[in-house]
Ligand binder design. Structure first.
Ligand code: IPE
Ligand code: IPE
Ligand code: MG
Length: 244
């Protein structure tokens, strides 16, 4: 049964954000290299993306590689970048057919020219697809603090160039300088893998997100688990600081 039809209360979340965590432990449990866990995790992303699209979620954002993940071995980083390449090549072929717009959030500065070219191609394709298509977002070299600093820098540059005055800045204008400009804030924020922390994901945007944590490792994450998270969300009372 789809998450859209189960519990009462809230509407279906418009935007779900997921920290795709637990790939390494999933592989370790099986005596396999971490890269095999990342490959399995990429498969899970494809499955969960298709399912969210099917049940009527409008936006899905996956945290795939953080600004801190460069600390891992070169071998592991290379394996993850190779998976991005594969994912992008597949996306370029399928976005239009599947009615999906794909965007990347993060600092693309340190990304290899080959991968960057594929990111630009997906951006170009997505920009020409209708706005009402499903929005899939992938965070690559993304950090919430880094995103806020880059936005602050853009605003400071606009002020220095005389295009803006400091007093022009408000929350709406600042949000439009973030990577997520134009994307509604996440309603439901899911972290599989058992850790109870944000790890620098969507710090600004998650101000009023509803959190769902589960021990399930990301490669084992199923559509039933998404349904459970959505059911939990629909039973929450969102007050946004107001009173009942
Ligand atoms: C998440 O899985 C994927 C990335 C951070 C790239 P991990 O690789 O962090 O898996 P664990 O947490 O070590 O199990
Ligand atoms: C968060 O997971 C980043 C991604 C899933 C891409 P990590 O595994 O990097 O987070 P920590 O190290 O447990 O905080
Ligand atoms: Mg982890």
């Amino acid at each position: 049964m789809s998450g859209g039809n189960t519990a009462a209360g809230q509407e279906l979340p418009r935007h779900i954000a997921i920290i795709m965590d637990g790939n390494g432990r999933w592989a370790k449990k099986r005596g396999l290299p971490r890269s095999v866990g990342h490959k399995a995790g990429a498969e899970t992303l494809r499955r969960i993306q298709a399912y969210c699209h099917k049940i009527g979620i409008r936006y899905l954002t996956g945290y795939a590689f953080s600004t801190e993940n460069w600390k891992r071995s070169q071998e592991e980083v290379n394996a993850i970048m190779a998976l991005f390449r594969h994912y992008l090549l597949e996306a370029i072929e399928s976005l239009e057919r599947d009615h999906v717009r794909l965007h990347f959030f993060g600092d693309m500065g340190p990304i290899s020219p080959e991968l960057l070219e594929l990111v630009h191609r997906t951006d170009d394709i997505s920009a020409h697809l209708p706005e009402d298509y499903f929005h899939a977002n992938v965070c690559l070299n993304y950090g919430g603090r880094d995103e806020i600093v880059r936005a602050a820098r853009k605003f400071a540059a606009d002020c220095a160039a005389g295009r803006r005055r400091p007093e022009d800045l408000d929350e709406g204008l600042f949000a439009n300088l973030l990577d997520t400009a134009g994307t509604p804030d996440p309603d439901l924020f899911i972290r599989p893998g058992g850790e109870l922390r944000l790890s620098n994901f969507l710090l600004w945007q998650s101000a009023y997100a509803e959190f769902y944590f589960t021990d399930t490792l990301w490669p084992d994450f199923t559509t039933e688990e998404i349904d459970r998270a959505i059911d939990a969300y629909r039973n929450r009372e969102r007050r946004f600081g107001g009173a009942k």
